[in-house]
Design a binder for this molecule. Structure first.
Ligand code: HEM
Ligand code: HEM
Length: 185
């Protein structure tokens, strides 16, 4: 019997490193914040108030983008802990995680393109703005793509969360504990 069983503690599992876990949970909170501000945009009448909320949305979105880039670089440098399970299930999980990363990058990128195509620059908070680095035709296409990707990401995150809860409460395996906040195991 292992020490953990004797002491009635959960078995130590090979988890993600502390940095990956911190980036996962901070990243998740910031994506959700960007999404909440995004869906509230339409409830503000056009004018200075809406411009300010759009600036907040764009700023949070760019934080998401920067964190996602850091996270992907870190993740490439530090491989995920080995997960036991059928090969097909591991392939599905990997494809799902890759899709989460891709959509998390594509969403702020299309948001930025939408702002640039609409007004030639993206206003942020604190009077900052990012001018378009190249000319873009005035089109609503990027905004439409942005909204479609936002909905796709929301659906994928919902599946991701249900899968994590299914692992934890039904399969009772260590998947959620591997990513749980706290000390690296
Ligand atoms: C992960 C980051 C982001 C998330 C989760 C996100 C999410 C959203 C959501 C949910 C909407 C409302 C969609 C609807 O009307 O149903 C929206 C709209 C919008 N977002 Fe973002 N967004 C992000 C990043 C950005 C960035 C970085 C910018 C610009 C710099 C931006 C610009 C816009 C614009 C212009 C709209 C209005 C689009 C339209 O109605 O045509 N977004 N976003
Ligand atoms: C808020 C509820 C969330 C829960 C409960 C959750 C849970 C988890 C768990 C348990 C893992 C590890 C899976 C494994 O080891 O196979 C994981 C990985 C991951 N999660 Fe989440 N997550 C949440 C939100 C999010 C959000 C909002 C995003 C991004 C939009 C996200 C993106 C990812 C990615 C990309 C991975 C793969 C990590 C890697 O191997 O590089 N998660 N999540």
């Amino acid at each position: 019997m292992s020490n953990a069983q004797q002491e009635n503690l959960p078995e130590a599992v090979p988890g993600y490193g502390g940095t990956v876990r911190a980036m996962h949970w901070i990243g998740a909170l910031v994506v959700i914040a960007a999404w909440c501000v995004g869906i509230s945009l339409d409830s503000f009448p056009r004018g200075p108030e809406r411009t300010a909320v759009m600036g907040l949305h764009s700023t949070i979105g760019l934080v998401v983008f920067s964190l996602a880039v850091l996270r992907i670089l870190w993740r490439i440098a530090t491989p995920a802990p080995v997960q036991e399970g059928p090969v097909w299930l591991m392939a599905v999980a990997r494809a799902g995680h890759t899709a989460l990363y891709v959509l998390t990058l594509a969403l702020p990128a299309t948001g930025l393109l939408a702002r640039w195509a609409k007004s030639g620059s993206a206003s942020l908070i604190g009077g900052l703005s990012i001018p378009a680095p190249f000319p873009l035709p005035e089109t609503k296409l990027f905004g439409e793509i942005h909204v479609t990707i936002a909905n796709a990401l929301a659906a994928l995150v919902a599946v991701h969360v249900v899968a994590a809860l299914f692992h934890h409460f039904v399969l009772r395996d260590a998947t959620l504990r591997r990513m749980a906040p706290g000390r690296a195991r």
